[in-house]
Design a protein. Structure first.
Length: 243
C-alpha cells in the first residue's frame, strides 16, 4: 500500500498536470465572427542599400530546373525599398476571425518552392505538391516541431504534413541543394507575407491595442505597438537594417 507521503505526491502530480492542461487550453485561439473590426496596413522596408541577389548554381536535372535562371530569395528588395517575403503577425491576440477555408499548398515547380513562404495553421494539413515530375526530397529544420525528411518521387504528386507548434520552419530539398523555402506555422489567422513592394494587410482585426511583429530570414525580427480603431485603419512601417 502507498504511504501517506506517496499518495500526496501522486495527488500533487495529478493536480499540476490538470493545471497545465487548463492553462494551455485557456490560451487557445478562439475564432469566429468579428463585428466592427479594423484593418492594419503597412510596409516592410530596407534601411540601407539593397544587395544584389545571388545567382544560384543549378547543377542537376537541368532540363527541368534550369529553364529559368534561379536567384536567391533570402533578401528580395523592390525598387521602392520594400522587402518581399517578410512575415508579419500579431503576437498578443487570442480571439478574432476564423482561419480561412481551403488548403495551404507548397508546390515544387521548376525546382523552386512556390510560394517561397507558405502560411499554414497549426494542426492543419499542408499539401506538398510535386509539379516537376522528378524526384524531390522534403527536409524541414525546426526547433518546436518534429522534422520532416521525406522523398517525393515523380509518381507521388501530393504528400501531406501537419505541424503542431507555431514557428518558422526552413524547408530544403536534399536532391537539389539550391532549393529553399519557409513554412510559417500560425496559431491564429493574423499572419501576412509581404508582396513584391513590401506591403502587407491584416483584415478583420478586433478593435484594440496590439503588438505586431515582422520576421525576415536575413534581418531578424522587430516589433511595434499598434492601435486598431473599430471599423477603421491603422498603418505600420517597419524599417529593417542589415546586421
Amino acid at each position: 500500500m502507498l504511504n501517506r507521503i506517496d499518495r500526496l505526491a501522486r495527488v500533487a502530480v495529478v493536480v499540476a498536470a490538470a493545471a497545465l492542461v487548463s492553462a494551455t487550453s485557456s490560451f487557445a485561439y478562439e475564432g469566429g465572427a468579428v463585428s466592427g473590426g479594423g484593418t492594419i496596413k503597412g510596409m516592410v522596408k530596407l534601411n540601407g542599400t539593397a544587395p544584389e541577389p545571388e545567382v544560384l548554381d543549378v547543377n542537376k536535372d537541368k532540363k527541368v530546373c534550369a529553364v529559368t535562371e534561379k536567384k536567391s530569395n533570402e533578401l528580395v528588395v523592390g525598387s521602392n525599398g520594400g522587402i518581399r517575403y517578410a512575415v508579419v503577425s500579431l503576437t498578443n491576440i487570442s480571439k478574432g476571425k476564423a482561419f480561412p477555408e481551403g488548403e495551404s499548398v507548397l508546390d515544387q515547380e521548376g525546382c523552386e518552392y512556390l510560394p517561397y513562404v507558405t502560411v499554414v495553421a497549426q494542426d492543419h494539413e499542408l499539401v506538398i505538391k510535386n509539379s516537376d515530375g522528378i524526384l524531390h526530397n522534403i527536409h524541414t529544420y525546426s526547433e518546436k516541431n518534429k522534422p520532416v525528411n521525406r522523398a517525393q518521387p515523380k509518381f507521388k504528386k501530393k504528400i501531406k504534413e501537419t505541424f503542431s507548434e507555431p514557428e518558422m520552419i526552413k524547408v530544403t530539398c536534399d536532391v537539389h541543394g539550391w532549393m529553399r523555402g519557409w513554412v510559417a506555422v500560425a496559431d491564429h489567422p493574423y499572419y501576412a507575407v509581404t508582396d513584391e513592394n513590401g506591403a502587407f494587410e491584416l483584415t478583420d482585426v478586433p478593435a484594440g491595442d496590439y503588438e505586431i511583429k515582422v520576421w525576415q530570414e536575413k534581418l531578424g525580427e522587430s516589433t511595434q505597438k499598434v492601435s486598431v480603431p473599430g471599423g477603421g485603419e491603422a498603418t505600420v512601417t517597419f524599417e529593417l537594417a542589415q546586421k
